[in-house]
Design a protein. Sequence first.
Lengths: 418, 266
Amino acid sequence: MSGPSTYTPKSGIEKWIDARLPLPRLMHDTMQTFPTPRNLNIWYTFGGILTFCLAVQIVTGVVLAMHYVANAGLAFDSVEAIMRDVNYGWLIRYVHANGASMFFIAVYIHMFRGLYYGSYKAPRELIWIIGVLIYLLMMAAAFFGYVLVWGQMSFWGATVITNLFSAIPVVGTHIATWLWGDFAVGDATLNRFFSLHYLVPFIIAAVVGLHIWALHVPGNNNPLGIDVKTPQDTVPFHPYYTVKDAFYLVLFVIVFAVFVFYAPNFFGNPDNYQQANPLVTPPDIVPEWYLLPFYAMLRSIPNKLAGVIVMGGAIVTLVFIPWLDTSRVRSCRFRPTMKWLFWFFAISCVILGYCGSQPVDKAFAGIPLVWIARLTTLYYFGFFWVLMPIIGLIETPKKLPASIAQSVLGDSAATPAE
Amino acid sequence: MHFKTLSLGIAIGLLASTASFAAVDTKRLPPKEEKFSFEGPFGTYDRGSLQRGYQVYKEVCAACHSAGHLAFHNLTEKGGPEFTEAQAKALATAAKVPAEPNDKGETTDDKGVPLLRSATLADHLPSPFPNEAAARANNSGALPPDLSMIVKAREGGPQYVYSILTGFHGKTPTGFKVTEGKYFNPYFEGWNISMPPPLAANSVTYSDGTKATVEQEAHDVVTFLSWASEPKMEERKQLGFGVLIFLVALAGILFAAYRRVWKDAH
């Protein structure tokens, strides 16, 4: 996608194609010879895993759409018909439903990996920002998809989330009505969510293309966070990373399969096996697990508009990280203070998720959860807006290794590998 | 509606409903620890229990509850009660479902009584009431839920449903007064349940000689309802086992390839 090409067409056909549409050249340069740092660890396999997740969701989703009926009166029963009457419908639906959770597990690991190794820092700012956009689109797709089941949580989750827009002063209720296509969540809402649920994944696929394109300009960051200097710092993508990614992908798929075949409703909520009923509100409305930290932030703010701003701000903040981090060193491996603050951040995200999953009035060890959520929300923002800029300036990083090759191969770095 | 207002409303609602029995916490008890054959990665449904459970459903539950996602042909399918086709046909024929319009376009007879016909294997299990209003009218305002997915739709699953069915007749705690027209069941949230105790000893007569105690009937019908919720469970676990063996083998091969490719690279 960038840099000098090493592709030499061998046959006449390849030359003919290369002169007209150099697609084989693109594939060759990006997936075969692409120089990749030789020290990428397990956490760098999640990019490939995420591409796999997207493909699985699209393929299973297209098949599900052949049998699904987007109609408030029929949707719930059509999902059950898929589970009972469609050949392997239960398998396709359980793969799709658990696939969403696996997708988010992978994306969170991918994002935390980027944070830890400073992959958002120059010259990779746009890769990171495009990634935040993908994350946003994923949340939208997941939300729309969850509504399609038209169970109790689908309906009430949709009601709570779309009502957030009504917090906007003056035009809020009009926006909510416009989103619903009605005066409440109903058949019109379900139909447009189905349309959007089918659209968004293809937008994601396109933006993933940009993400990978942007990645191939500077190339991968690596756990040391230092630049590639000599050819000895890298190995060709194939076979080194194709085989490594494939191995870890299969391990991931094993975990995926355990959920699909042995605990298919682990991530689900029993209430969603009851058909949507606008007249009966479930005692606790809980979003899917991957949205819980944001839900906890929203609930911990007493003012509705402020809550919505904080929740939105938590995601928008991610866009500014490349400039909030003032450190000259990328990787937390060499940042003794930041390393700890990073892990506190990761833990606080988990705590926020826990707070979001519990009833509002619950307490932990005598402390109301709402206060724990407030403290962790404060840390979330403080981590990015205060600690990141300050620590980057005052922290003394550890000494960086001279090169990737030296760090991996030791003294033999002088002699070229293979 | 805003979640805050919502939760506040619910909180107030809960307070109001518990205010009259301020002394008693009517949070539901944890379900009983009943064991079922279909639990665990290799668990399958007990065929005898499924068939007896269908009998309990048909002779007791179906008086008020529908199970609309089940069709008679499901009863013959692999992984289910596995009645023979002849048995399932006999069960279907004995059941009456609303008839399609006759040659004159009528759906009722001269007296206005809806026309019925015998069910076929393709028909779904008939509903005891024609609509929700009729169901409520016959159950002092309460709606008996459809049972096709009851086990999946309740926190606690089979143990929860089993506990509800066997949780009646306990001594009412002092300070707790059962609401008029309701029944005491501590496994149900709020302890007041609209369903009268459905099972009694010998509610059904099992043809296989199994003693029809309340616990046995409950165990059997919960097995049946668990299958109704998850009719492909046996197929799912079986396929999963093969898939996992394949994946582990593939991982092994890939690991060997990975080690070999990287042998000299680090």
